[in-house]
Every structure is written in structure tokens, then in C-alpha cells.
Design a protein around this ligand. Structure first.
Ligand code: UDP
Length: 329
């Protein structure tokens, strides 16, 4: 298939683009490079520098003709979304509305959307099923939920076939492609920065949660397993339907377990500092992953934390300053 990948210069989009190319698809990445890296766009993919908030540029890019689109381009920092919600409503919601308009005008009938567990908010029950109430607790989650609702309406009214994948905690790297955010807020990259001495220590946000070791529990999924799910989702899109799947392994690991895994992988001490809870962080987020396994046949190949941390460590060592100064992938 000929596929448009919005946000394909980012962590997840670039690795999905790489897998699509490896599977024989033709890929064009569309990215405004506001958060992504030109060097992350895989070799063999076309590249258009354009913004979803620029409808003429978007229409021109989409008019090239595509069999489907995978939509990653979005802002994704919870704290930033609380401080500046307008950025999230404009980029994530208005940007996706523009994309849907462009896809409809060009007759592109297939869409895979990068949604999030943040659409659920504080879960009443763990593991979280797709039928759980959606009550996001921050503008980031609210903006992604609004997009999910918009996509559902588009499918019902105009026949689009769409799949939303609600990611839990994505981790690891894939060869020369990995995670490089500015600022970095995620746990595993920060643990590895502390291991490399690029920051003094890693902070543990909250040690008084009602969890076995007092630290928050998350469902980490390897980026390569997450990417594979997008290829299955693309095949699983059905005209007029909006299918929603959680995407996690169904296993929870605490912050302390992640740090221990990183100590084992790196053989380094990794200094820690206990700190207060980070506002808005729920104690436990674990996916019920039965639906995507049963309906799309997804199976993780790297569910072990050691693989995720090990691959992230290989990327961190090869790119101690992220993509800065790196040649094109
Ligand atoms: N966390 C932490 N120290 C850090 C970054 C994150 O203790 O430097 C905790 C965070 O409070 C949460 C978990 O690690 O409980 C995962 O956070 P991350 O930002 O990686 O993902 P999130 O679950 O917020 O999407």
C-alpha cells in the first residue's frame, strides 16, 4: 500500500514507518518537525515538511494519492497540556479535523490513529478494558478522546475505516531509531540519562502509592511490538467502522522495578532521589490486552522489561545526545 504517516519523524511514527517499509509498503512521512527529528525519518520514506494546521499544504500532500494514513502527529506532554491546553485543542483536535477533511477530499478510506490510555483517566478497575468509562484527567487525554469521537463520527457518516490504538507506556528502541524528547519526561529515558551521568539522579515521583512497593505501576510495551500492531490495524480497518483497541502487554511494573531492571542491564548504580507524586499520575495503569490479541492476532515478541530497557540502553549509548548531530537514519 501507499501510506501517509503523519508525525513520522517522532519516536513512534518513525519506527512504525520503518516497519511499514520493511513490509514492502510505500511510505510518505508528513511532519512539521516541531518535536520530531529529520534524522529519524527512515531511509526509503518520502518526506513532506508540512503542518496539519496548514490545510492547503495538507491537501496538496494528501492529493498525491494514498491507500491509507497512520496518524501520529500530535503534542503529547501531560504537564504542558495542563499549562497550555489551547495548544492541545488546536494541534491535536483542529489538526486532526483538517487531516480528516483532506483524507475525505482525496478519497483515502483507511486510517490508524495513535490514541492513548490517557483517554480513560483514573481507572475504576484494573486491567482496563476498552469498555471502561472515558474520563480523561488532563487536556492531553481529553484532546485524544475528542479525536477518537470525531473519527467515530467520520466513519459512521462518510464510510472511513479507522482503528484507534490506545497506547499504554511505550518503551525501548529499534536499531538506530529511539526516544529523544526535549524535555524528556518519561521514566526509562530518564533512568538511562542518570546511568550515563547526563543527569545527577533519577527522581522517583511518589513512594506512598497503594502498590506493592509504594511506587506507581505501569504497563510497558516494547516499541517494536507496538509498531507491529499498527500493521495489523491497517489490515483490520473496515469501511464504516471505528475499531478501538488497548495496546499494552497486560503486565504492570513499578518505578522501582524499572530502575532495578536498568541497574541489571547497565551494570551501573543509577542514583535515585525520592520525590513527591507528580500531579495527575494514577497509581496503576495496566491494559486488558485480550481484545487486540483475539481480534487482530497481535502477540508481543518482547514483553520482558529487560528487553525494553536493553534496547533503550543500546540506543542511549549510541546516541548520548539524542539525534542531535546524527546522520539521517
Ligand atoms: N516517573 C518517575 N520519574 C521520572 C519519570 C517518571 O518516577 O523521572 C514515574 C511517573 O510518575 C509514572 C511512571 O514513572 O508513575 C511512568 O511515567 P512516564 O512519564 O514514563 O509515563 P506516563 O505513565 O506518565 O505516561
Amino acid at each position: 500500500m501507499r501510506l501517509l504517516v503523519t508525525g513520522g519523524a517522532g519516536y513512534i511514527g518513525s519506527i512504525v514507518a520503518q516497519q511499514l517499509l520493511a513490509a514492502g509498503h510505500e511510505v510518505v512521512v508528513l511532519d512539521n518537525l516541531s518535536r520530531g527529528h529529520r534524522a529519524a525519518v527512515p531511509d526509503g520514506a518520502g518526506f513532506v515538511e508540512a503542518d496539519l494546521l496548514d490545510p492547503p499544504a495538507l491537501a496538496a500532500a494528501v492529493a498525491e494519492g494514498f491507500d491509507g494514513a497512520l496518524h501520529f502527529a500530535a503534542l503529547s506532554l501531560v504537564g504542558e497540556s495542563v499549562a497550555r491546553p489551547e495548544l492541545y485543542w488546536r494541534n491535536n483536535v483542529a489538526g486532526t479535523l483538517n487531516l480528516l477533511d483532506a483524507l475525505r477530499a482525496a478519497g483515502v478510506g483507511r486510517l490508524v490513529f495513535s490514541s492513548t490510555a490517557a483517554t480513560y483517566g483514573e481507572p475504576e478497575q484494573v486491567p482496563i478494558e476498552e469498555t471502561a468509562p472515558t474520563r480523561p484527567v488532563n487536556p492531553y487525554g481529553a484532546s485524544k478522546l475528542a479525536v477518537d469521537q470525531m473519527i467515530g463520527d467520520e466513519c459512521r457518516a462518510h464510510g472511513l475505516g479507522a482503528v484507534s490504538l490506545r497506547y499504554f507506556n511505550v518503551a525501548g528502541a529499534s536499531g538506530c531509531l529511539g526516544e529523544d524528547h526535549q524535555p524528556e519526561t518519561h521514566l526509562i529515558p530518564n533512568v538511562l540519562r542518570a546511568a550515563l551521568g547526563r543527569q545527577e539522579c533519577v527522581q522517583i515521583f511518589g513512594t506512598d502509592y497503594a502498590t506493592p512497593d509504594g511506587t506507581a505501576v505501569r504497563d510497558y510495551i516494547h516499541i517494536e511490538d507496538l509498531a507491529t500492531a499498527h500493521l495489523l490495524a491497517l489490515d483490520g480497518a473496515r469501511g464504516g467502522e471505528h475499531r478501538i483497541f488497548n495496546l499494552g502487554n497486560g503486565n504492570g511494573f513499578s518505578v522501582r522495578e524499572v530502575i532495578e531492571a536498568a541497574r541489571a542491564v547497565t551494570g551501573l548504580e543509577i542514583p535515585v532521589r525520592e520525590a513527591p507524586r507528580r500531579p495527575g499520575d494514577p497509581p496503576i495503569l495496566v491494559a486488558a490486552s485480550g481484545k487486540i490479541r483475539a481480534e487482530l492476532g497481535w502477540e508481543p515478541r518482547k514483553p520482558a522489561l529487560a528487553d525494553m530497557v536493553g534496547d533503550a540502553w543500546a540506543f542511549a549509548q549510541a546516541h548520548p545526545h539524542g539525534y542531535a548531530g546524527a546522520p539521517a537514519a
